[in-house]
Design a protein around this ligand. Structure first.
Ligand code: ZN
Length: 116
């Protein structure tokens, strides 16, 4: 079981005109970072994705629709953005298996030692 999620970690309101509805106060640039979780661990990856959406007309503005101004703001904001540090946290199931593994190895060594 593996789940991958893009979690929004920063939102910036852009002062640009929306290419869809021309509103000047609806555009938002959203930075998302990919989180991966499976039975053994939870990780924050370095995969970042960006999305611009408009609150006024509720649409996602895809890069093909970006104007030069939006493109410029995006580049500027991307430079100013610091992603979360990547990390990996192991879950109890993982440690349980590690400990079971170590116990089995020791049991094996003790058993072998008896036959020497
Ligand atoms: Zn709009």
């Amino acid at each position: 079981m593996k789940t991958e999620k893009l979690i929004p970690i920063k939102k910036v309101a852009l002062k640009n005109n929306c290419p869809e509805c021309f509103s000047k106060n609806g555009l938002q640039l959203v930075f998302k970072q990919k989180f991966v979780e499976n039975s053994f661990h939870k990780s924050i990856t370095d995969a970042i994705s960006y999305e611009i959406n408009c609150d006024t007309c509720n649409s996602i503005i895809y890069p093909e629709r970006w104007t030069d101004d939006i493109e410029r703001m995006f580049r500027y904001q991307r430079k100013a953005f610091t992603p979360r540090p990547t990390s990996r946290a192991f879950k109890n199931l993982f440690w349980g298996m590690v400990i079971t593994g170590i116990v089995l190895i020791f049991a094996g060594i003790i058993l072998c030692a008896q036959f020497l």
